[in-house]
Every structure is written in structure tokens, then in C-alpha cells.
Design a protein around this ligand. Sequence first.
Ligand code: 13P
Length: 244
Amino acid sequence: MADSEYEIRKQICEIGRRIYDRGMAAANDGNISVKLCDDEYLCTPTGVSKGFMTPESICRVDREGKVLEAGDGCRPSSEIRMHMRIYQKRPDVAGVVHAHPVYATTFAVARTPLTMPVIAEAVVTLGCVPVAPYAAPSTTEVPDSVEPYTEYFDQVLLANHGALTWGQDLMSAYYRMESVEFYAKLLYKAMQLGDPKQLDGRQVRKLYGIRRQMGIPGRHPGDLCFANGGDECRSCDNCRFGGK
Ligand code: 13P
């Protein structure tokens, strides 16, 4: 195994530990993958705690998710097809993270997308977070339910299940998971307080402009909001992705 691959395996274990330590994956929940090249991917083994993985336990699979190499007694994540669909639809993506963070999953259970523009960083980084329709975990229903969101988003909630994020590399996919959870927590608490004040369309548009100026990679729903050159952000409730 090349040194560089071993380093990536160690990084997958480190991210797994963070996800577990931060309460974003109970017991054996969650899975992580990394693209090595068009034909080779690393992924977490099924049925293990993401907090206690070793580099040797990480599986190597081909573009169809078939095993190329796996440690003793290890099989690829049961959600490998969900990961592979993201790589298939988004050739720019090299890391995918699936977790069950408490606040994001609470919104996923309520099937409520995170659409309120209440904090500038979330508007710039995420835009909004849609909810993909319910799909039975580990089946091909999951990739089918997520696919329509891959064109405009780098994150999605999975109804009654959890959250899924992807990015140019594993760290950006992981940080996006942290951002989704922070946004969900903030929104939940602000709603508890009573009356979260939303940024208006002009303010949101300005933030989308800042994102473009910064040249942040990935896809962002802001590109959909202002697709027709309008001056105002269209209401998320009217959006085929964001609306409830
Ligand atoms: P795996 O252990 O098979 O990756 O499954 C965990 C999970 O969270 C399923 O959605």
C-alpha cells in the first residue's frame, strides 16, 4: 500500500473519531468515503463504531462499490451505493460523510429543511439544506432519493435518517457536516426562543455575491435562487428543493 493511501486511511479514522466524539454518530452509525482515483475508493467498514477504526480496517472498492481489498472480517459500508452515486454525479467530489448529528437529524425526522437565512456563515457556506424523501437505509432507494440534490447542493438531510455531506476532499465534507449541525442547532434554539429574525432577500443576495467573489468551490443553491437574474431571493417555500 502506498504511503499516501495509508495517510488517507489514518485521516478517515481521525474524522471517524471526531464524528463519534462529537455525538454525531451513536454506536456503529455513520460512514465515510474518499476517492483515490476514478476507479478506486476507500470507505469505512460496515457495522463498526466510527470512533474506534484502524487504518487496516478501511476497505478499498471500485467505482461500483465492489471490494478490491478489505481487512479481516471487514466488509464495505452498507451505504456504499449512496456514496458511489455522489461520486458518479459529481466528478469534482473526493470525500463523502454520512452521520446522524442530533439537531440535523431532528430536522430530518420532522422533514423540515433548513431554509431560514438567520446566520451569514450558513448562507455563504450552505445556502439551505433540503430534505431528501425517506428511503430505507442500505437500499438503492437512498442514492435515488439523494441524486436530484447533487446538482445544486453539497449537503442534504435524509428524511427520518440523518445527514449527508460531500466536498472536494474529506476535510471539506467533514467541515460541511459540522456546519450543517451548527446551523440546525442554532435554528432549533432560535425557534425555541421564539422569533428568529431572518436576513432579507437583499442581504442574502449580497452574501451569495461574497461567496462567488471568494471563489468557494462546490455547488450552492444560491446559483438556483438568482438563476433568472431577479433582484430578490425567491422564497424557499416556493423552491422545488427547499420548500416543505
Ligand atoms: P454502516 O455501518 O453499514 O456504514 O451503516 C451505518 C449507517 O449509519 C447506515 O445508515
